[in-house]
Design a protein around this ligand. Sequence first.
Ligand code: E4P
Length: 216
Amino acid sequence: MKFFIDTADIEEIRMANRRGWVDGVTTNPSLVAKTGRDHVEVLKDICAEVNGPVNAEVMSLEAEKMVAEGKEFAKLHDNIIVKIPMTEDGLIAVRQLAAEGIRTNVTLVFNPIQALMVAKAGASYVSPFVGRLDDISSPGLEMVGQIQQIYSNYGLKTETLVASIRHPIHILDSALIGADIVTIPFKVMQNLAKHPLTDRGIEAFVRDYEASQKTQ
Ligand code: E4P
């Protein structure tokens, strides 16, 4: 399963990349706004840092404008994926961009039928938001399982990029389901390699070894 990092913060991306945790990046308008920087400059910096897909989200809501915006993003770097919201206009834009060889990721997907529409439109990726569904007492991972089932039933090539990840269990369940990619906030990534018993084990090894050295 691939790990994307869900941030527009270049320092977080650099730290995660050094640790081998970054197969790609997702950004969105809220994440870019948090940086306080120019959108295009942020994207250029990320593309220079990461050797993998970099998602750039359009701000327009009309198909023609989304296409125009998407084409501008795509000119920035070969690794740019144009992120499009899940609307009828969005699906029109996906079809047009796909026809021109531009890869897209449809975002804000909240049920498996939306995901089927995304695949039929020819998007490269679909982003089901699990955390936001869990927040309203609707099991997000169930949706991911159903998407995987539908895509497998029909041999659909769109990759499932699980988004709105809140904690490691979302990642565990995504891996058990066989999702292609999870996009993870840096804060959550920092918990993935940790276990209190690992820490306790290291402490005991160090303590025992140091005690043995003193008695020699
Ligand atoms: C994905 O591409 C989105 O940027 C992100 O996962 C949204 O997550 P949130 O629900 O934590 O805002």
